[in-house]
Design a protein around this ligand. Structure first.
Ligand code: UD1
Ligand code: MG
Length: 504
């Protein structure tokens, strides 16, 4: 840190609601890359200055405080009378003599290097104000940076207040400024509200300082995306896209392979080890950590998951709040719900759902099962279609399956229930009593075989068919039905000479 950054106060403007978002939620709490956008601005402030930033809050201040917590000091702007008025609210918290860096809470993509360049220029030129600008093909609603014939910055004009010739200017204000603190606050009170919005524009200060003979300068950001402000959902999508690109570029630089990065969504809070391969259409969210040499197949969706090394997550696997041990394999189409913990080399196969289930090393549930509120010992094998009946309509009950247990297919384990180490359960059992270690539990109806029954049935069926064939055929054209059938009347005798119906 140099003299300026040590002596730097950071103000983050965050009181505005952001009406163009058309949202019930203040714009700085909208999320991109899995975090509220204000988080990125707070990270930036922390990189640049050791002092906690001063956040100017107004709309939804309690919600904002809850998210930001101790990461900032707060100044309240009760009425949103403009960016100039917002900065004024922070005056009491700024120590005299400090330089002031002003960031917008809705501009999350600025890189620390860019701010350092801005600060260096401010220090070198001894400006009263140095601002960050960018050049845009479509300058939209950003404030236009007006320069004189010598190239010096003279003022900023807001898009809505700009005459046509100035509206065409392609250099715009990024909303990021470094001020000499004293000159900032001495002049803030001199702003007027003669503009389309009737607000105190911080941007008007540039003209005020210039007119008072002070020097003002600008640094142009190399990459305009760094100054993208989130004012609309379209802006939010652009910010999300850029965060995705940055997250994936960083992971690639750390040795992760993406087979089609454009289709993958990964939060900025995710860590992935080297030589892991991520297939297309994967979503990884929250505090997820994945080890090295893993394979993440298409359609996998992970939220707050920890996976070890050499893990194979197959197509369509969904996992939330789960721990997956080294060398485990999960899916295709498995659902690991919160509280699932898989030990080393566990296999969870297709259409298996787990919840609060702890699997010991090498345990397997390969097909079509629900294992909830359960402990499954090492080396146990859960047969296809096994269900833990963990819910009795009132509470959830535990199932404990010992080490090396073999659970036959289609077993229902009615919890609470314990199966001792090394036990076997016969397929199709509905287990309602504990099974001791090394025992065989059978809990199903006993099978009876009836010798010859099927052959006898076939003969009966054949006989009844030939009897039916011998019966007189039906008339080919239906006769009109009698109006009211008399049930007691005898059936009419068959007519002579009618031909048997032809079989089709
Ligand atoms: C502002 C600039 C514009 C610049 C753009 C860059 C002004 C007048 N205009 O426009 O030149 O190109 O940023 O993104 O400054 N805020 C408050 N209190 C208020 C008003 C705003 O705290 O009374 C906060 C907002 O929450 C936001 C920031 O200040 O975080 C900027 O305000 P916003 O309304 O987004 O201004 P822009 O129209 O984007
Ligand atoms: Mg804005």
């Amino acid at each position: 840190m140099n003299a300026l950054t040590e002596n730097l106060e950071v103000i983050i403007l965050a009181a505005g609601l952001g009406t163009r978002m058309k949202s019930a939620t203040i714009k700085i709490l909208h999320r991109a890359g899995g975090r509220p956008i204000i988080d990125y601005v707070l990270d930036l402030a922390r990189e640049i200055s050791a002092r906690p930033p001063i956040m100017v809050i107004g709309h939804q201040r309690e919600a904002v405080r809850k998210v930001v917590g101790e990461r900032a000091r707060y100044a309240v702007q009760n009425e949103q009378k403009g960016t100039g008025h917002a900065v004024l609210q922070a005056a009491a918290l700024v120590e005299v003599g400090r330089h002031v860096l002003i960031l917008s809470g809705d501009v999350p993509l600025t890189r620390p290097e860019t701010l350092r360049r801005l600060l260096a220029e401010h220090e070198r030129s001894q400006n009263a104000l140095t601002l960050l600008t960018m050049k845009l093909d479509d300058p939209g609603l950003y404030g236009r940076v007006v320069r004189d014939a010598t190239g010096a910055v003279t003022r900023i004009v807001e898009a809505r207040d700009a005459p046509d010739d100035e509206e065409r200017i392609d250099e715009v204000n990024a909303g990021i400024y470094v001020f000499d603190g004293k000159r900032l606050f001495d002049n803030l009170r001199n702003l007027s509200t003669h503009n389309v919005h009737g607000e105190y524009y911080l941007t008007d200060l540039l003209g005020v300082l210039r007119n008072a003979g002070m020097s003002v300068g600008a640094v142009i950001a190399d990459d305009p995306i760094e100054a993208l402000g989130v004012n609309s959902r379209a802006d939010l999508a652009s910010v999300e896209g850029e965060i995705q690109r940055r997250v994936i570029a960083k992971l690639m630089s750390e040795g992760v392979t993406f087979r089609n990065p454009a289709t993958v969504v990964i939060d900025s809070t995710v860590a992935i080890g080297n030589d892991t391969v991520v297939y297309p259409f994967v979503t990884i969210e929250g505090k997820t950590t994945i080890g090295s040499r893993c394979v993440i197949e298409p359609g996998v969706h992970l939220t707050d998951v920890t996976a070890g090394n050499d893990v194979h997550l197959k197509t369509g696997t969904v996992a939330e709040n789960a721990d997956i041990g080294d060398e485990a394999s999960v899916g295709p189409y498995a659902h690991l719900r919160p509280g699932t913990r898989l030990g080393r080399h566990v296999k969870i196969g297709n259409f298996v759902e787990t919840k609060k289930a702890v699997f010991g090393e090498d345990a397997k549930a390969s097909h079509l099962s629900y294992i909830g509120d359960a402990e499954v010992g090492a080396d146990a094998n859960i047969g296809a279609g096994t269900i833990t009946c963990n819910y009795d309509g009132v509470s959830k009950n535990p199932t404990t399956i010992g080490k090396g247990v073999f659970v036959g297919s289609d077993t229902a384990l009615v919890a609470p229930i314990r199966v001792g180490d090394g036990a076997y359960i016969a397929a199709g059992s509905t287990v309602t009593e504990n099974i001791p270690a090394d025992a065989l539990g059978i809990a199903r109806g006993r099978q009876i075989n009836k010798p010859g029954w099927a052959a006898q049935r076939r003969r009966e069926v054949a006989a009844s068919k030939s009897k039916a064939a011998a019966k007189p055929p039906k008339r080919s054209r239906p006769r009109p039905r009698p109006k009211a059938a008399n049930p007691r009347r005898k059936a009419a005798p068959a007519r002579k000479g009618s031909k048997p119906a032809r079989r089709r």
